[in-house]
Write a protein that binds this ligand. Structure first.
Ligand code: SGN
Ligand code: CA
Length: 536
């Protein structure tokens, strides 16, 4: 055969192979499920009506549970924003992915599940809050808030380019997500959409349309609102009390014109207000001015003031959630109306839980239930029976392997989480009986000491290992609100021993140890405080 003919045959064969591979790829891609991963920031499970706490009504988020499954025991591994997101992306604990606190930077060069999906043919987008520096990797399109983001007229970084957008952040984030689904999505590819809201993060600034919601209601705090922290020394040192730490002007909007209400963070409240346009300011003033006037007249103090603060906090916090729920409704409607629901997995979660007055607190960080736990709802009509309720312990560590599993991609052995795919179908044989927690950002805002611990179905062991060197043990069945530390209580001697064993086991399982704790402490102190840790 002539050389040129041989060459022609090779070229033709290669083209045929490429075409058939492409077709095969298209064919298998068509079966891959789309993923809409919805995350909000600081959304307490207590504030989702599907969890039945009777605080508010979130009909759209609830739709996910009705059409799919709800988890009663979903937890994070490190209850703070950026570390939680790093765990979610990598499927690895903070001490492995390196993003242990909000301060240090995240290494985007490491593997994450979006990169794997992208490589396997998914079109990927990251929209809203990500709270990590650097251009998000693994996404064909990103449009994210820089840092914490602003509620009114926020800046967005569209593929790394900054743009200020007029309006309210939750609505804008929804509009960007819908626009991507409608106009930027390639119809013949499976897609992964991370739709991540800033709300209901501090300082809980409501959208105009929900500004008066709950005005006919006064919220009463949980029974342990006036906690005295007996037997819980580290908890007692907190700086996240609604009573003593919540700022009247910054958090509770008492920005009076005369400047008579002077607080530590007043100037930040002023700059957030200044960011609004005339119309936004007018709506804001129409609502808050009469409240400010009454507040100045009433001169509340002591318990009365604490209860007033709680009520104002809850109203604003829940109002911001109403806008989040509206957005979820718009996305679900879009999927329904465009025949996408059947083949789309929709997840709703938060980067962690939040205190709504339990122990007298706002914020998170502690391993106590309300911030350790997080909401988790998932629907996927092809596999999940509507109305499924799950009580097994899952963690945000499980997102990456779960999404890889659904996308038919092998789960790398370095991933520390487990796919929940079988669990949701009721087909998981062995499931974990203990989960591991770490918290590092100390000394720092809200003064929550460094700690780690283990939780089983019934018990929780916590170790505050820096500055305090204290252990706490809780019997969650007898003491669900964690008011009685039973560490060193003779009645719990056996449980205590067993929990220490479990603690060691999870430390080994997840490859954590004292040397790593020390390393992260040294790194943190040198970055944040430029000083050496105290000698023990
Ligand atoms: C900000 C908040 C804190 C909050 C952290 C972390 N203060 O610093 O109250 O704990 O974020 O939140 S604020 O004055 O800026 O509102 S996280 O969700 O990003 O981890
Ligand atoms: Ca958060």
């Amino acid at each position: 055969m002539k050389k040129s003919n041989l060459f022609k045959i090779i070229v033709l064969c290669s083209i045929a192979t490429i075409i058939s591979c492409k077709n095969a790829e298209k064919h298998s891609d068509a079966k891959k499920p789309n993923i809409v991963f919805i995350m909000s920031d600081d959304h307490a499970y207590q504030a989702i009506s599907a969890y039945e706490y009777d605080l508010n009504s979130t009909p759209n988020i609830d739709r996910i549970a009705k059409e799919g499954a709800i988890f009663n025991r979903a937890f994070v591994t490190n209850s703070i924003c950026a570390p939680s997101r790093a765990v979610m992306l990598t499927g690895k604990h903070s001490h492995i992915n390196g993003k242990v606190d909000n301060i240090q930077s995240f290494d985007w060069n490491q593997d994450n599940f979006a990169k794997s999906l992208q490589k396997s043919g998914y079109q990927t987008a990251m929209i809203g809050k990500i709270h990590m520096d650097g251009l998000p990797q693994g996404f064909d399109y990103s449009n994210v808030l820089p840092g914490q983001g602003q509620y009114y007229n926020p800046d967005f970084l569209e593929n790394g380019v900054v743009k200020r957008i007029s309006g309210y952040v939750t609505k804008i984030t929804t509009d960007i997500a819908l626009n991507w689904l409608k106009n930027k999505r390639e119809q013949d590819k499976p897609f992964l959409l991370l739709y991540h809201q800033k709300a209901p993060h501090r300082t809980w600034m409501p959208e105009k349309k929900h500004m008066t919601l709950f005005d006919d209601k006064t919220f009463s705090p949980p029974a342990n609102f006036f906690d005295n922290y007996k037997g819980r020394k580290a908890a007692a040192a907190h700086e996240m009390g609604i009573d003593k730490d919540m700022d009247l002007v910054y958090d509770l909007k008492m920005l009076d014109e005369k400047g008579e209400i002077k607080t530590k963070y007043r100037k930040y409240a002023q700059s957030m207000y200044n960011r609004m346009d005339a119309e936004q300011k007018a709506a804001w003033d129409a609502y808050y001015k009469p409240i400010i006037k009454k507040f100045k007249k009433d001169k509340l103090s002591g318990k009365e003031l604490a209860l007033w603060k709680y009520d104002r906090y809850m109203k604003d916090y829940l109002r911001t959630i109403q806008s989040v729920d509206d957005g979820v409704g718009e996305i679900l409607d879009y999927l329904d109306e465009n025949g996408l629901s059947e083949n789309t997995i929709v997840v709703y979660t938060s980067d962690q839980g939040f205190y709504l007055g339990e122990h007298g607190w706002f914020d998170k960080r502690f391993m106590y239930e309300e911030s350790f736990r997080t909401p988790l709802l998932i629907k996927y009509p092809k596999e999940i029976t509507p109305g499924t309720v799950l009580n097994k312990m899952v963690q945000n560590l499980d997102f990456a392997p779960t999404f890889l599993d659904y996308a038919g991609i092998d789960i790398p052995k370095e991933i520390q989480g487990e796919s929940i795919r079988k669990l949701v179908k009721g087909e998981a044989k062995d499931w974990r009986d203990a989960i591991y927690y770490t918290y590092y950002e100390y000394p720092g805002e809200h003064n929550v000491a460094r700690h780690n611990g283990v939780r089983t179905d019934r018990y929780k062991l916590i170790h505050f290992y820096y500055d305090y060197e204290k252990w706490e043990l809780y019997d969650l069945e007898k003491d669900p609100t964690e008011m009685h530390n039973v560490y060193d209580d003779a009645a719990y001697a056996e449980v205590q021993e067993e929990m220490h064993k479990k603690f060691k086991e999870v430390r080994v399982k997840y490859k954590d140890n004292d040397a790593l704790d020390k390393k992260y402490l040294d790194d943190y102190l040198s970055v944040k405080y430029k000083k050496k840790p105290k000698k023990k």
